[in-house]
Design a protein around this ligand. Structure first.
Ligand SMILES: Cc1cc2nc3c(=O)[nH]c(=O)nc-3n(C[C@H](O)[C@H](O)[C@H](O)COP(=O)(O)OP(=O)(O)OC[C@H]3O[C@@H](n4cnc5c(N)ncnc54)[C@H](O)[C@@H]3O)c2cc1C
Length: 46
């Protein structure tokens, strides 16, 4: 959901296509994107 065309670059909040453009959504997406980044980095280490 937060992936972009560039591997390792994630998007959250108003900049993301389909964003609700609401503050609460942007904050939640930021937290969820951070978890996706952690998974991405975990996979790189293996
Ligand atoms: C007038 C107005 C009223 C609003 N009222 C409400 C409301 O009542 N309730 C609600 O839920 N939402 C409201 N919103 C929407 C809410 O503000 C946004 O959904 C929310 O701020 C999005 O957060 P974001 O982090 O995605 O983006 P932003 O808050 O826009 O943050 C993006 C940041 O990136 C920075 N940036 C941009 N380009 C670069 C760059 N090249 N390098 C480094 N930094 C960069 C910008 O300076 C900015 O600080 C309102 C918006 C506006 C404009």
């Amino acid at each position: 959901m937060f992936n972009t065309s560039a591997p390792g670059v994630f998007a959250a909040g108003d900049v993301r296509g389909g964003s609700t453009k609401q503050l609460a959504s942007a904050v939640g997406e930021g937290a969820a994107a951070a978890i996706q980044i952690r998974y991405f980095l975990d996979k790189l280490e293996k």
